[in-house]
Design a protein around this ligand. Sequence first.
Ligand code: 3UK
Length: 527
Amino acid sequence: MELEIPKRFNAATSFVDKHLAEGRGGRTALLCEGRSWTYAEIYALVNRCGNGLRELGVEMEDRVLLALLDSPEFAGAFFGAIKIGAVPVPVNTLVKAAEYAHFLRDSRARVLLVHESLLEEISPALQGQKYLRHVVVVGEPGPGQIRFRDWAAAASPELEPADTHKDDVAFWLYSSGSTGMPKAVVHLQHDMLVASELYARGVLGIAESDRTFSVAKLFFAYGLGNGLYFPFHVGASTILLPGKPTPPKIFEVLETHRPTLFFAVPTVYAALLQEAAQALTPTIRACVSAGEALPGELYRLWKERFGVEILDGIGSTEMLHIFISNRLGAVRPGSSGQLVPSYEARIVDEGGNPVPVGEVGNLLVKGDSAAAYYWNNHEKTKSTMQGEWVVTGDKYYCDREGYYWYCGRSDDMLKVKGMWVSPVEIESTFVAHPAVLESAVIGLQDEMGLTKPKAYVVVKKGHAPGPSLADELLQHARKALPDFKCPAWVEFVDDLPKTATGKIRRFKLREQETLKVQMSPSRKVER
Ligand code: 3UK
């Protein structure tokens, strides 16, 4: 399918203004904390945000950093910035000050929109920022900061979209790598439209009558599609939860708002299964999982208990959304499914040659929602974006029926709760503790088959390894790292496997763990 996208194209027109022009202004766009917002109300909020940003001096191509919770303000600021041709950069709201400082410095954002609950963490990051001019706060602003509510109310609800090209930059999303700070993935005006048509309409059959709920937050590429631009593509409704998505809270939202499409990462499906007394609302017609592989056993347990299928699919920030996916009625549990039509994939060996069917190789993917490049990272751009092909960094094989099976990463990166975790970052945190000589981190599967970090630690002379030191190290890690990056297990060892040049061989540790599993009768793998 060739998508016809006009040369002059502004994504805000396509995802927001279109609904007013087509008579859907009175329909519910968004439900959040007991209030509902029509498309006409969201349209006005988008326009107010766009005008408000202009009044703060934001021009075309300027970046605007969004550290916002899932909320109408997120929708307003995101599409408001795009509408004036500026570039919204939604960022993870779970990270520490050093990372926020990097986001501001690296993006050179002129304006930061931030929720009051993040001010404490983000405040140290605001010092000495050369390009940041204004901080707009959703909630109670600090001295010299602007109150979102007053700022939006003072701006006009009418706004002409900037005359952008379909290949203009529309938004950035930061993605973590194995070393250093996260890098910005640069997406264009047409990318959201492509992902919406190919995956949301093509695979999920999303329509105006749908109501989406994504546990994955809007600042992830996964959540941004699920909870914002997919429903906005077809005039459907989205349910937004600003707070922490604990299992009881998720069930409460499901009960109150009765979505038809539910999106989460595997860890959340596992956690929901632990809530014995809860039932799933019968309105849900499909559940979607991505971010990391969904274990086949988890799929089966879920289907047995709730009677709904979970469609596992693989997406990436670089491809914007899912490009290989299972379909309703054709799920192969444990696989990532089949190609989403119009995307293409290749599985190649180290020399770049295609491998035979059934053999594991490196997965490359091609499709029109792919990012243009990484901001200020030319080397990484060259190695990842090879012409029309994007190197995923994943090992896969494809079976005779065209189902793709995930076989791990080609780097040492881990996906924990659907989020990137770098072993190197955890290791450096451990080594910063006075008792630690060196450390190595790998991913290990828990009893549900979900990946969690495990840290091996060699202690310095004069320190006693044991449970109390393990506790102390974990407390130390929790201060320096967001929760999802903290190891689930710590094991003390006498030394670490290394190469002749002293590099840690994490794959050796992985091999040892595999052997342990095979030899332990209690952890024998069934099937
Ligand atoms: C891994 C999976 C096995 C894989 C994402 C849906 O996760 C998303 O984007 P990220 O940039 O990470 C991409 C990487 O995560 N992965 C994702 N889904 C699966 N591995 N099975 C899966 N189903 O390593 C991939 O390269 O954080 C997911 C939609 C949009 C996204 N950005």
